[in-house]
Design a protein around this ligand. Structure first.
Ligand code: HXC
Length: 258
């Protein structure tokens, strides 16, 4: 897949998307987001891809939605086109696990893009923030909803209302990121985690992703019921037979993803 503002490539069973708009700190305009969408469509349709990594550059994962593109927007421009909300949803709806590998700035829509992913792995250089208040707007792609779920109400209020940035160590303490690694190891670590995931049974991985998603979208009893139903469904998979037989026979499983 060839694009202008991102690079999409396959590394084994992992799909890698690299935001590539260096002159604007990977600011997210419609074209960038549409290209991410198209790359995800391709990776999702490809049976040989088991997990996806989205990354940026050393300086910036993404410094937010493109401010220049929005500067003259009227309410009707934003509402009619469903600016940002419409085409950004694709990351959320991806059924295969998506890892954000974040170095440098992840601000505004950049932080929101990372939070739409399933796992955030941060370089020690990463800086997260929702500084929209400085621009006279508010987060519009989930920042006021996903951030408090990830880091608590107090810290989300602090970040969104004061516009201060949070470094990688604070983000890990707060629960936003799952690991912090040295900047020069970021991509290797993210690709290794994705390769590990992609080595497991794809339907099982998808069931786990869907079940954990339920923890954020339903009450506990409904979530537990969902998990139980999907857990039982896993016994219909050949990969369940293979995984358990391999354990009993003390050998590596050969998952066929069915
Ligand atoms: C457009 C941007 C941009 C952005 C950076 N650039 N962020 N262009 N939209 N969000 C451009 C700059 O204009 C500049 O272009 C070039 O990238 C390098 O940026 P500098 O500011 O010169 O770099 P630096 O001094 O290192 O500062 C980096 C920075 C700063 C801290 C990331 O650029 C910054 O504060 N950016 C804006 C962050 C922000 O407010 N994000 C929220 C956006 S609103 P030139 O041409 O001058 O070299 C948003 C709403 C989301 O995301 C709503 C739902 C998605």
């Amino acid at each position: 897949m060839t694009f202008e503002l991102i690079i999409a490539e396959q590394r084994g069973r992992v799909g890698l998307i690299t935001l590539n708009r260096p002159q604007a700190m990977n600011a997210l305009n419609d074209q960038v987001v549409n290209e991410i969408t198209a790359a995800l469509d391709g990776f999702e349709a490809d049976d040989n891809i088991g997990a996806i990594v989205i990354t940026g550059s050393d300086k910036a994962f993404a410094a937010g939605a493109d401010i220049g593109a929005m500067a003259q927007f009227s309410y009707m421009d934003a509402y009619k086109s469903e600016y940002i909300t419409r085409n950004w949803e694709r990351v959320k709806t991806c059924r295969k696990p998506v890892i954000a590998a974040v170095a440098g700035f992840a601000l505004g829509g950049g932080c929101e893009l990372a939070m739409m992913c399933d796992i955030i792995i941060a370089a020690d250089s990463a800086k997260f923030g929702q500084p929209e208040v400085k621009l006279g707007i508010l987060p519009g792609a989930g920042g006021t909803q996903r951030l408090p779920r990830a880091v608590s109400k107090a810290k989300a209020m602090d970040l969104c209302l004061t516009a201060r940035l949070m470094d990688a160590a604070e983000a890990e303490r707060a629960g936003l990121v799952s690991r912090v690694v040295p900047a020069d190891k970021l991509l290797d670590e993210a690709l290794a985690a994705a390769a590990t995931i992609a080595g497991f049974s794809l339907p099982v991985v998808m069931m786990i992703k869907e079940s954990i998603g339920r923890a954020f979208e339903s009450g506990l009893n409904e979530g537990l019921l969902f998990e139980r139903r999907v857990f039982h469904a896993a016994f219909a998979l050949n990969d369940q037979k293979e995984g358990m037989a391999a354990f009993v026979e003390k050998r590596k499983p050969d998952f066929r993803h069915d």
